[in-house]
Design a binder for this molecule. Structure first.
Ligand code: NAD
Ligand code: ZN
Length: 351
């Protein structure tokens, strides 16, 4: 294989190949980026193992990857705020910029958003890609490429905590200690949460949550959501202002309702089964607001400021590195969680 533009291309369920692609030329308003770091997300793994997520079905070969950073290598027409050599983080979803959602700032809800590695759009797991220049964010020298790539999952945490209204002094319950639960933990703490309790079924992940600042952790060993709620409330002195559900498990969403105080907020981040059974009357009569989130909007500047200022440290999330040539090993590690894997990062630059 020559080394023009090696890319990790998913052909169909289970069929991920490293192949040569043409070097893309940036169009108007775009830049060409030499990709440096790409974090593997659960969705990348899911497309690989299942060939689809809900209605998003891989029907044509698709480059995976959407948590990325790199170096600008060419400018398309009209690009003014970046120059060749700039180190950038890439916000992966580029919306239409013209619909009501885009115009009112909630561009994550734009029906025409083109998001890296959501079919039919290619992702960034390649040597070279092109991207909308206004969705590239210049990294200060002291922010690493790896941190730049992690602005993507951090953005999910920022959007969820903002939707939840986390503020100084809050007691927050976070269900699930995967990468998304952990970025919510970091963000909630940075936003002033007084006490954060994290749940998981995996003891290893709870240990990581503790090292990242969780005040309490609860190992989930049953599906009895009411009993779990009592257990969680006990370690939080009875009051949970906000629950951020990051596992998608039915019993965990039930826990979120039972545990959240009357008048509190439950944010659903985890996406599990399309339909679940919920104690909805309990939520209704206690005015527990249930809010969803879909990715994020307007979070990259905040995420970058938080990392650059040291308000959050995302580095401990990265447990493994692989070269682009070892993409299959990287995906296998991310799939199995072998070696305590949390965030697996692929280095795409030519070594
Ligand atoms: P992950 O699979 O690595 O983490 C999920 C964690 O939940 C795991 O550690 C697992 O052990 C734990 N878990 C499973 N059952 C549990 C239970 N009953 N109680 C407590 N914990 C339990 O995934 P991730 O990358 O951290 O993502 C988390 C979820 O967020 C996924 O469902 C993902 O699809 C979703 N997500 C949603 C958005 C969005 O825009 N809404 C964005 C990104 C990710
Ligand atoms: Zn739009």
């Amino acid at each position: 294989m020559s080394d023009k533009n090696i890319s990790a291309i998913l052909y169909s369920k289970g069929d991920l190949r490293l192949e040569e692609r043409d070097i893309p030329t940036p169009g108007k308003g775009e830049v060409q980026v030499s990709i440096h770091s790409v974090g593997i997300c659960g969705s990348d793994v899911h497309y690989w193992t299942h060939g689809a997520i809900g209605d998003f079905i891989v029907k044509a070969p698709m480059v995976l990857g959407h948590e990325s950073s790199g170096i600008v290598t060419a400018l398309g027409e009209g690009v003014k705020h970046l120059k060749v050599g700039d180190r950038v983080a890439l916000e992966p979803g580029v919306p239409c910029r013209a619909c009501d959602y885009c115009k009112t700032g909630r561009y994550n809800l734009c029906p025409d958003v083109e998001f890296h590695a959501t079919p039919p759009y290619h992702g960034t797991l390649a040597r070279l890609i092109t991207h909308a220049a206004d969705f590239c964010f210049k990294l200060p020298d002291h922010v690493s490429f790896e941190e730049g790539a992690l602005l993507e999952p951090l953005s999910v945490g920022i959007h969820a905590c903002k939707r939840a209204g986390v503020t100084v002094g809050d007691n927050v319950l976070i269900c699930g200690a995967g990468p998304i639960g952990l970025v919510n933990l970091l963000t909630a703490k940075a936003m002033g949460a007084a006490t954060v309790c994290v749940t998981d079924i995996d003891e290893g992940r709870l240990k990581v949550a503790k090292t990242l600042g969780a005040n309490h952790t609860v190992l989930v060993t049953s599906r009895d959501a009411k009993a779990l709620a009592s257990q969680v409330k006990e370690c939080m002195d009875g009051k949970i202002d906000i629950t951020i559900e990051c596992s998608g498990a039915e019993s965990s969403i039930q826990l979120g309702i039972f545990a959240t105080k009357s008048g509190g907020v439950l944010v659903l981040v985890g996406l599990g089964p399309a339909e679940v059974k919920l104690p909805i009357v309990d939520a209704a009569v206690r005015e527990v607001d249930i809010r969803g989130i879909f990715r994020y909007c307007n979070t990259y500047p905040t995420a970058l400021a938080m990392v650059a200022s040291g308000a959050v440290n995302v580095k401990p999330l990265v447990t493994h590195h692989f070269a682009l040539e070892k993409t299959l090993d990287a995906f296998e590690t991310a799939r199995t969680g072998a070696g305590g894997a949390i965030k697996v990062v692929i280095d795409c630059f030519r070594k």
